[in-house]
Design a protein around this ligand. Structure first.
Ligand code: SME
Length: 185
C-alpha cells in the first residue's frame, strides 16, 4: 500500500469503522517514528479524510489538528501544531478557551454549542461545535501524575457535531500519540 492510501476511506463506512481505520493506520505510521511533528501531521490528515468520508455532521468538520505545549514560553501555554483547515490562533494560554480548558483540567471537552462555552476562542466564526482531547504523559516513569504535552482539537460547522463515539476514539488516539512520540521537554 502506498502511504497516501492510508487516508482513503471506503464509501459508506460508519463513524466507528472510520475511527478504527484511523487508529490502525496511525499505529502503522507511528511504528519506529518518534518525531511528534511527523506523527501529528499524519494524524491530522487521517482525521480530516475520515470526517470527509462520513455523512453530516462529521463531514462538516472544518478544522482538525493539534496544539502542543509551548516549551519556549515561561507561562503555561499551547502553540499551534500540525493541522488541516484554515489558518488558526497561534497561542492559547492554559485555562483559556476550549483548548486551554482541556489542557489545564486534563479532561476532554465535548462542546455541543461553542457559543454556550464561556471564554470560547472563535478562531473561525464558522465553527459551531468542538471537541478537545488532552494528550497526557506521566511526569516520571510509573507516576500517576500527568503533564499535558498537546491537545487534539476538532471543530465542526454544525451544532452537535460530536458525541461519545468521537470522544472514545479520540481519547484512544490521544493515548496512542502519548506513547508514540518523543515530546518536547
Ligand atoms: N476554539 C478553540 C481555539 C482553537 S481553534 O478552534 C482552531 C478554543 O476555544 O480553544
Amino acid at each position: 500500500m502506498v502511504h497516501a492510501d492510508a487516508s482513503n476511506f471506503a464509501d459508506g463506512v460508519s463513524k466507528q469503522e472510520a475511527y478504527e481505520q484511523v487508529l490502525l493506520m496511525a499505529e502503522g505510521l507511528f511504528h519506529g517514528q518518534p518525531n511528534w511533528v511527523c506523527n501529528l501531521s499524519n494524524a491530522a490528515s487521517l482525521l480530516w479524510h475520515a470526517y470527509k468520508s462520513l455523512p453530516s455532521p462529521s463531514n462538516q468538520v472544518n478544522w482538525s489538528g493539534f496544539y502542543v505545549r509551548d516549551t519556549a514560553s515561561s507561562k503555561p501555554q499551547l502553540i499551534l501544531g500540525p493541522f488541516q483547515g484554515k489558518v488558526a490562533c497561534q497561542t492559547i494560554l492554559f485555562g483559556e478557551g476550549v483548548c486551554g480548558t482541556a489542557a489545564e483540567t486534563q479532561r476532554t471537552q465535548l462542546v455541543r454549542d461553542v457559543e454556550a462555552f464561556p471564554g470560547h476562542i472563535a478562531c473561525d466564526g464558522d465553527s459551531k461545535s468542538e471537541v478537545v482531547v488532552p494528550i497526557l504523559v506521566p511526569v516520571a516513569e510509573g507516576s500517576d501524575e500527568k503533564r499535558t504535552v498537546a491537545i487534539i482539537d476538532i471543530d465542526c460547522a454544525e451544532l452537535g457535531g460530536f458525541d461519545e463515539v468521537d470522544q472514545k476514539f479520540l481519547e484512544e488516539l490521544a493515548a496512542l500519540l502519548a506513547k508514540s512520540c518523543a515530546w518536547p521537554q
